[in-house]
Design a protein around this ligand. Structure first.
Ligand code: PRP
Ligand code: URA
Length: 212
């Protein structure tokens, strides 16, 4: 799968290096959680590349200079519970002023359909650009539903940021929400018969919270 105008695959060496350790079945919960957070920070850097800038006047010790600051765009991060929570601190490292909303979804083990159990979004979301977070895009059902829920609150824009995507999920999500830019660190081979990504990293929520 190639980058296109909607899908951005972040193949930066630092991200790819950390992703190898994330996939490793011998990586323990503490290190797994740290890696998810670090990868989220690196992905945040890239996914905010298009934030508009404006000129300001700054007094340096030498003279007045015209310098640049981010032009008042407000962000909101919306993790999909549970696993998306693991990405929030890493994102906030770079954008501490962002607000954080939460959408609770779990995949029914038999049907693989997402089931909503929680939804709390910032009250001023209409003024914000939203980045929805989930480390895993498998069938795409959870991301599609979460983005549909966020869209009802009419934010200015929505991006989706995941660490590993299956080709099936990328296709489904990009077709269901063609206006949403999708950022991922890797596109894996396929889903297995239980809807898990191969080679993947297993169950992201269980590995973040140690509930295996
Ligand atoms: C995982 C993952 C995604 C979803 C992806 O969550 O974090 O939310 O599955 O699968 P999909 O693309 O086929 O919908 P899970 O349902 O295991 O819940 P959890 O994060 O609470 O463990
Ligand atoms: N959710 C996960 O956590 N891992 C997968 O491989 C698929 C869905």
């Amino acid at each position: 799968m190639e980058n296109n105008e909607q899908i951005f695959i972040m193949n930066h060496p630092l991200i790819q290096h950390k992703l190898s350790f994330l996939r490793d079945k011998n990586t323990g919960t503490k290190e797994f959680r740290e890696l998810v957070s670090e990868i989220a920070t690196l992905m945040c850097y890239e996914a905010t590349r298009d934030l508009p800038l404006m000129d300001v006047q700054t007094e340096t010790p030498m003279c007045t200079a015209t310098t640049k600051v981010i032009a008042g765009r407000k962000l909101a991060f919306v993790p999909i519970l549970r696993a998306g929570l693991g990405m929030v601190d890493g994102m906030l490292q770079l954008v501490p002023s962002a607000k954080v909303g939460h959408i609770g979804l779990y995949r029914d083990h038999d049907t693989l359909q997402p089931v909503e159990y929680y939804n709390k979004l910032p009250s001023d979301i209409e003024e914000r650009d939203v980045i929805v977070l989930d480390p895993m895009l498998a069938t795409g059902g959870s991301a599609m539903d979460a983005i549909t829920i966020v869209k009802r609150s009419r934010p200015r824009s929505i991006k989706f940021l995941c660490i590993i995507a299956a080709p099936e999920g990328l296709k489904a999500l990009s077709e269901a929400h063609p206006d949403v830019h999708i950022y991922c660190a890797a596109v894996d081979e396929k889903l297995n018969e239980h809807g898990y990504i191969l080679p993947g990293l297993g169950d992201a929520g269980d590995r973040i919270f140690g509930t295996m």
